[in-house]
Write a protein of this length. Structure first.
Lengths: 287, 130, 278
């Protein structure tokens, strides 16, 4: 069983659009949405929800208001500005427990809090695991790990060959958690200075995790010069260049109807995504 | 002697789990008697530091060696500090791996076998390509 | 007055709007708070006057004083410390910098040392004060970098803060520092889904907000209906236009390529200003 992660560096380059179509083209797979901050894949797949579970990312400090004397010792030691005289700001609290050990009244305990939810669904393309972290919550990496773990379990139970994971933008903790141990990373980028700049940083990150990487430029026809420049950059990192995708306004229609573009029509984007899938299907790291 | 093995199930007939920190089970096997203590790994869903925690657990059980698929830098560092020998690239049934170890057919590693989960691990490497 | 430009969904046009908005008001400062992937500088070629490294403190154990009791490792909720035999292992990349280990140590053996997370750069572009942050690749969290950027704001001048995508901790840090939240979205199901989350975040923080619909067109009602339901106004529509995408791909700022938007953005400042003062 292999895992393919689709990431981007820059946001909005078309990861979910591509994964949605790959879902329709791949034979034996589990779908996972590792963008636990802003999950979108389920919007394309019309899932039938089977189960949902609360997720506890971190413990949070809880103060016994009766025991608290408002001495302010907790305020002095908290590095995160998360507690003031016994009043906890749950958005800032990182669950380190330092306040609880210095409180002279032993008024503070650390308790698990629900900071998100994990969803298990069936779709016409196969099982889907996705999750949603509450706004501002910490420890997105741990929730990503749980999504990947659940997808792996589903693949093992059903004898499926591929885990197809829709990743998040950026290079921070959720991306790091999705890259670790993955077999291959497909980076979807766009032919703009931002696309190029952010690609460089995500390629640096992928290189450190020694992950086999390929790059596809989406909406390449908006700027063929920058497209070529990006493909040079990718080569410099030892990443392969795979099929480019053209700008195609029918993609928005398909998305609005929750249909992957390869099922919607035989237009330019659909054809190109099929070609991209062919490249991916013959990728050594996934065979 | 006691050795540890990462496993997808609780018995000698289970398949080895290639992950260390987040392996489903950690089996502590006495190579003389073939007694097995199966520990359901509490670190499976950990955010960071699963390898460190699993390594401490293995050390706490008195294991002298760990047989697994891959071992990241944090886990490796912790296991080495505990003077536990690390054998990677081990796969198949747990029973067969124990037998191979006892026979002296396995080689321990001198550094981590995969890049780390968090942080910049052991320096850069070039990404492969399709 | 500090305006955070956020979105929920990535790629909707936050940076496009933030750049044009800041440049349309003389004296406004621009803060690029997307320290994972800072993009504003690509359009501005700023002159940087000052670089501020951003650090956090991680434990440094005095092995002569340490008795290897293991209390620090047992306390640490992030597994950043391990005590094995007569060794203490520190894993700096897991450390949250809480300092709790120093408090639990009865021997005073836990000192502190720096770990570099990235840097904040302060300078100027086209007559506007400019602040950006950059996270070192491999570091998981940009929160401390964003905090430093916000600390460097000139409190007496209006500010536009370009936020990262999503609604996680770094976005929270950015938006919490503002007086008003401009939410840039696109009229698609993904845009709407993520916009709702961003609206929830603004509401939780009691922040007044308004929406800008980028790539506006026939599906705007998706967004407009949500805005009506929540009582959040749509303050500007930027129609879909391939020429805008092409200009962006050449590194051009919206108001340079299409000067007609400068007036629109000044109107946004006026409207937001009235909201905030009210």
């Amino acid at each position: 069983m292999k895992e393919l992660l689709v990431i981007s560096g820059k946001g909005g380059t078309g990861k979910t659009t591509v994964v949605g179509s790959f879902a329709a083209l791949a034979n034996s797979k589990v779908l996972a949405d590792a963008d636990v901050d802003a999950p979108n894949l389920h919007l394309l797949l019309s899932p039938k929800q089977l189960e949902d579970r609360p997720y506890s990312g971190a413990d949070l400090a809880v103060v016994d208001r009766d025991a608290c004397t408002e001495c302010g010792r907790c305020t002095e030691v908290c590095e995160f500005l998360a507690i003031r005289n016994g009043l906890v700001n749950p958005r800032r609290c990182e669950g380190c427990a330092t306040c609880s050990i210095v409180c002279p009244e032993n008024a503070i305990t650390l308790q698990p809090q629900t900071t998100g939810r994990l969803y298990f669904s069936d779709t016409r393309f196969g099982p889907l695991v996705h999750a949603r972290l509450l706004a501002g919550a910490e420890a997105s990496g741990k929730l990503v790990t749980q999504v990947r773990q659940a997808a792996r379990t589903a693949a093992e139970q059903r004898g499926l060959d591929l885990i197809l994971t829709d990743g998040s933008p950026g290079i921070g903790c959720p991306v790091i958690a999705s890259l670790s141990g993955v077999d291959a990373a497909l980076v979807i980028t766009e032919p703009t200075p931002s696309g190029r700049h952010d690609l460089e940083r995500i390629l640096q990150l992928a290189a450190h995790f020694r992950v086999s990487t390929a790059v596809s430029v989406n909406k390449w026809d908006i700027n063929p010069d920058v497209t070529r420049d990006i493909e040079h950059l990718a080569a410099g990192f030892g990443a392969s260049t795979v099929a480019r995708l053209p700008f195609d306004e029918t993609v928005a229609e398909a998305t609005a109807e929750a249909v992957p573009i390869v099922e919607w029509n035989e237009g330019e984007a659909a054809k190109a995504i099929r070609a991209l899938w062919n490249d991916v299907a013959s990728w050594g790291a996934l065979l | 002697m006691k050795i540890a093995i990462t496993s997808s199930g609780p018995t000698l007939d289970s398949q080895i789990d290639p992950r260390f920190g987040r392996a489903q089970y950690l089996l502590i096997v006495d190579t003389d008697s073939l007694d097995v203590e199966a520990i359901e790994n509490p670190n499976v869903a950990a955010g960071g530091g699963a390898g460190i925690q699993s390594a401490q657990m293995v050390a706490g059980k008195g294991a002298k060696a760990i047989l697994t698929g891959n071992c990241g830098p944090n886990a490796f560092r912790t296991l080495s500090a505990a003077d536990i020998e690390v054998y990677t690239n081990v796969s198949g049934a747990v029973r067969d791996a124990v037998e191979a170890f006892t026979r002296g057919a396995l080689q321990p590693i001198s550094g981590p076998s995969v890049a780390g989960h968090f942080g910049l691990g052991q320096g850069g490497g070039e990404a492969g390509s399709p | 007055m500090k305006i955070a430009v956020a979105s929920g969904k990535g790629g909707t046009g936050k940076t496009t709007v933030a750049l044009a908005l800041a440049l349309s008001l003389p004296g406004a400062q621009l803060v690029d708070a997307d320290a994972e992937e800072p993009n504003c500088h690509l359009f501005l070629s700023p002159t940087i006057h000052e670089t501020v490294p951003v650090h956090m403190m991680v434990p440094d154990i005095d092995l002569d004083t340490c008795t290897f009791c293991g209390k620090c490792a047992e306390f640490c909720r992030f597994n950043a410390l391990a005590v094995i035999k007569e060794k203490v292992l520190v894993f700096p990349e897991l450390c949250h910098g809480c300092g709790g280990c120093a408090y639990v140590c009865s021997e005073k053996a836990v000192g502190k040392t720096d770990r570099r997370l990235g840097e904040v750069e302060i300078g100027e572009a086209r007559g506007h004060r400019f602040i950006q942050g950059r996270l070192k690749p491999g570091e998981p969290s940009a929160v401390r970098i964003v905090r430093e950027e916000i600390a460097r704001l000139d409190q007496d001048a209006p500010a536009v803060i370009d936020s990262p995508p999503g609604t996680a901790c770094a976005v929270q840090e950015t938006v919490a520092a503002a007086d008003f939240c401009l939410l840039v979205t696109e009229p698609t199901p993904f845009g709407l889904h993520d916009l709702r989350m961003a609206m929830d975040l603004a509401a939780d923080l009691d922040l007044p907000a308004a929406v800008i619909i980028n790539r506006s067109g026939q599906r705007d009602s998706l967004i407009e209906d949500e805005c009506n339901a929540r009582g959040i106004p749509v303050i500007l529509n930027i129609p879909f236009d391939r020429r805008i995408a092409e200009a962006y791909s050449r590194g051009e700022i919206l108001t340079d390529a299409f000067p007609e938007y400068a007036g629109e953005l000044r109107r946004v400042w006026d409207t937001v200003g009235r909201e905030v003062r009210a």
